[in-house]
Design a protein around this ligand. Structure first.
Ligand code: WQD
Length: 342
């Protein structure tokens, strides 16, 4: 059984990836300082995987603690999620983002070199393509000036890996996610939203549970089918599975040096109004909404060309928007119930 370290393994995409690693016969080892998570995720993960799941409470910025913890284990590969991810917060507090996200990737790569671990998967983002109107977006699309410090940390992260691979035998892929939504089918893990959610689906589920009065739809005067923005919403379970396909390919490769990037999305665009209507239909809950001003920084349309991941990783997104919205609501309901009886 191969040991795979998952940094940020208690986070949204990380936790779902831990489950899929386990389902595919890998032994996931979680490293997470719970800075954007909570202990209950460990309990849920243990239920979905195994009781003796290893969870290392380590701040990735602390290289000594990283080294101390990781030298004790034989690790075959690393999937690196641990990073801050709020675009708005990164604009207001850039140093927090550069410090955590850049120090984090450098530290984990340095320890990997020391311990001779050569397989690395990086959690990147479609944000590296910046503001573009060229859809679908393929990997050949230029990586342009980042729109936020957060986006810049993803670009810099990719550059660091590329430079490392040019200098030594090391194998890595950067996976560029489009818009992950939904939750595990069990409803016991999902996207935790502290405070007012920025993303559309966590906001929707908080309107559905009555926490928020209504959804603000940011603009309906875009040049799209119904005037609202188009995004490529991908079920988090499909996204998590893509990591396993990528890892399988890296681990069997005999080449010494590999670096490549893959878009992960469905290849299909959905408008904000279409998403609201799908949520209402599948969960039988009415969502009150208002059309408000455009949100600054939003692009009209962004959806992926996923041909490369389909062909080279043999991975396909299989779950629907409806599956995702049903599971998102199941997760929100589970979480609300748990908070009530706490
Ligand atoms: C989706 C759509 C909003 C909230 C972000 C990051 C990006 C990448 C993916 C990680 C947009 C609209 C939203 C609301 C709304 N992440 N909306 N009302 O902005 O596409 O992308 O996640 O790397 O870097 O920026 O996602 O969920 O915020 O918005 O109308 O209350 O929903 O305008 O069209 P976004 P989102």
């Amino acid at each position: 059984m191969k040991n795979i370290l998952v940094t940020g393994g208690l986070g949204y995409i990380g936790s779902h990836t831990v489950v899929e690693l386990y389902n595919k016969g890998y032994n996931p080892i979680v490293l997470d300082d719970k800075s954007n998570s909570e202990k209950s995720v460990i309990d849920s993960l243990k239920k979905l995987t195994k009781e003796d799941l290893i969870v290392l409470d380590v701040d990735i910025k602390n290289i000594n603690s990283l080294r101390e913890n990781l030298t004790k284990i034989n690790i075959d590969g690393v999937i690196h999620f641990a990073a801050y991810k709020s675009v708005g917060e990164s604009v207001n507090n850039p140093l927090k983002y550069y410090s955590n996200n850049i120090t984090g990737i450098i530290n984990i790569l340095m320890i990997m070199q020391d311990l001779n671990i050569n397989n690395f998967i990086f959690s990147s983002s479609c944000t590296v393509y910046g503001e573009t109107n060229q859809v679908p977006i393929g990997e050949f699309h230029p990586v342009v000036e980042a729109m936020s410090p957060y986006g810049n940390t993803k670009q810099i992260g990719e550059e660091i890996i590329k430079d490392l691979v040019s200098s030594t035998d090391f194998k890595a892929y950067s996976l560029r996610y489009f818009n992950p939504i939904g939750a595990h089918g069990s409803g016991v893990i999902g996207e935790l939203a502290y405070g007012v959610p920025n993303h559309l689906v966590p906001y929707l589920t908080q309107v559905a549970n009555g926490t928020r009065g209504g959804l603000n739809v940011f603009g309906n005067d875009y040049n799209t089918i119904d005037g609202t923005c188009i995004r490529d919403y991908i079920h988090v379970v499909d996204l998590a599975k893509a990591h396993i396909y990528a890892l399988d390919k890296l681990l069997i490769s005999k080449e010494g040096r590999i670096y490549d990037v893959y878009n992960l999305g469905t290849g299909k665009g959905t408008s904000v109004l279409e998403l609201i209507s799908a949520f209402e239909k599948v969960n039988k809950i009415k969502i009150p909404y208002n059309i408000v001003e455009r949100r600054s920084g939003d692009v009209e349309q962004a959806f992926a060309d996923v041909t490369k991941a389909n062909k080279e990783l043999n991975w396909f997104a299989k779950l629907s928007i409806e599956d995702a919205l049903k599971s998102a609501w199941k997760w929100q309901s589970y979480y609300d119930k748990k908070q009530k009886y706490k």
